[in-house]
Design a protein. Sequence first.
Length: 298
Amino acid sequence: MSESVKIPAGAAPAPMPASELWRIVLSMTVTCALGAAVLGGIYVATERYAEEARVRGERRAVAELLGLGEGAKVLEIRQYLTPARDAVVYRLPSEGTAEGRELVFALDGTLTRETALSASAPEPRELHSLGRIFVAMKEGAPAGFVAEGESRGYKNRIRFFVALKADWTIAGVRVVEHEEDPGLGAEVATGWFQGQYVGRPIGSVPRLDVTRDPMPEDWRAALRARAGTDAGAWTSSYGPLEAREAEKPIYAVTGATISSRALTDGVRATILHFKRRWELLGPHVTGPAGSARLEGTP
């Protein structure tokens, strides 16, 4: 029969040995460190995957908007505003063995600096990003352009791409990021709404506006048919409707005039800003080919 050990009343328990205390501390530290490492690894891997998916999606959008075929290449040019807001900085990518370039223009259009830029140059954190320009090149000449823009929607920013053909007509608009309400403002990201911009000449862009009038049913049917129809076949069937609507306002989404106007105002501003910038930048990017293209613009 075992005897129970009685601890006298008021007696303090025996202190924990120092070795046991250190064992517990070390065990908890190792457990927390391993957990943090696993979570950190998952976060980094997820962020990297999300960034790669975003880049793939954007490249696919650029190719689809411009209808790029074999033999075309795309230059991605990054634009920045200096902290003093007195100059615009353009970063051109390296090509083959040639280094990239950094061009700095004063606000009056004067080129103030041109320097070489290595492929490993870090993103300039002190500069304010103005978005990107994608220039499609084929046989040494511009085959089209895509300018990145953003505007303030009903809830948050709307980020989008605007594509222009080499003859400076609008090739397409693609919303790539938004937080507008489903069924309302989110409709600006649908093909039927974005299709209203296609085919408009750059000369009509300064007058681009939004109307709350109902959209004609024949035009609505034509826009909905665009997604599943070859471009040539669609133009053959609906070209006259596109010409009829080319100078008319954009029809707003019912109940989402703010979102409709936000995207339209953003598209207009992005195209006009890009045109002014390309007049300065084009000759430095494409040489005489870029200058020749500009002579035909309004």
